[in-house]
Design a protein around this ligand. Structure first.
Ligand code: NAD
Length: 255
């Protein structure tokens, strides 16, 4: 019925899928033919994404958990892969910020961001590696940030976690290449979601001035690239770190 779709018959798992970029990714993978498992801390928060996926005629599996809880992730991924029958695609998108200047940063704010944004990705990759290795075209896409590349005052915890994903993912790319599993990183720039909605207008105006393409990104800008990396056409791409930022990382001057 959906044989022409690029991800027909595949099963994907997307973390942080209740809203923003993760919701856009989950909906796009479903539109491309995949059944999708979706992760956030509560099932209620995932209801709208579930409706998006089921409206496209795909199966949806809801996994309410905290990505920082390694035991919960291991158990839930095992059950999900068994219920869905396979696992082909893992997109680690869940993330949080706890901004503050270094001199005032608490241990708690450091640990929260590292536990969710970096260790949470480790938890899911470890739990998913075996089922992904059985897929004919396993895919891992980790959502980092250009802040991991260029840094940002007030985000040393977030930058450390997001940069940590580069080395982590490249190591996975090498470990899993023999199983035909690719592992790549996408680095969003400034994307309009709840995460950025609360930033001061002055900061938004300043950021906009640094984006050569002259606009903030949308969730779909990231979902388009993730969908490509999950497709058969990206089978020779692994270990890459790809900015999707309207050129923000290269700066806004010149031209
Ligand atoms: P968002 O705050 O709108 O959504 C974050 C998602 O992660 C939600 O679904 C939330 O429920 C989930 N989540 C957070 N902590 C969790 C936890 N402990 N366990 C389970 N789920 C959890 O954020 P967004 O803007 O859509 O960002 C998505 C990803 O993209 C994040 O990793 C973020 O760091 C990254 N990113 C965003 C931007 C941007 O400009 N919005 C830029 C660069 C990178």
């Amino acid at each position: 019925m959906n044989g022409a779709l690029p991800l027909a018959g595949r099963v994907a798992l997307v973390t942080g899928a209740s809203r923003g970029i993760g919701r856009a990714i989950a909906s796009r993978l479903a539109a491309d033919g995949a059944d999708v498992g979706i992760v956030a801390r509560s099932a209620d928060a995932l209801a709208a994404t579930r409706a998006d996926i089921e409206a496209k005629g795909r199966r949806c599996f809801v996994l309410p958990l905290d990505v920082a809880d390694g035991a919960a992730v291991t158990e839930a991924v095992k059950k999900f892969a068994a219920d869905a029958g396979r696992l082909d695609i893992l997109v680690n998108n869940a993330g949080v910020t706890k901004d503050g200047l270094l001199m005032r940063m608490s241990d708690e704010d450091w640990d929260t961001v590292l536990d969710v944004d970096l260790k949470g990705v480790f938890h899911f990759c470890r739990a998913a590696a075996r089922p992904l290795a059985k897929s004919p075209a396993g895919r891992i896409v980790n959502v980092s940030s250009i802040v991991g590349m260029i840094g940002n005052a007030g985000q040393s915890n977030y930058a450390a976690a997001k940069a940590g994903l580069f080395g982590f993912t490249r190591s996975l790319a090498k470990e899993l290449a023999g199983r035909k599993v690719t592992a790549n990183v996408v680095c969003p720039g400034f994307i309009e979601t709840d995460m950025t909605a609360g930033l001061p207008d002055a900061m938004k105006t300043q950021s906009l001035g640094q984006i050569p393409l002259g606009r903030f990104g949308a969730g779909d800008d990231i979902a388009n690239v993730v969908a490509f990396l999950c497709s058969d056409g990206a089978g020779y791409v692994t270990g890459s770190v790809l900015p999707v930022d309207g050129g923000l990382a290269i700066g806004g001057f010149g031209g």
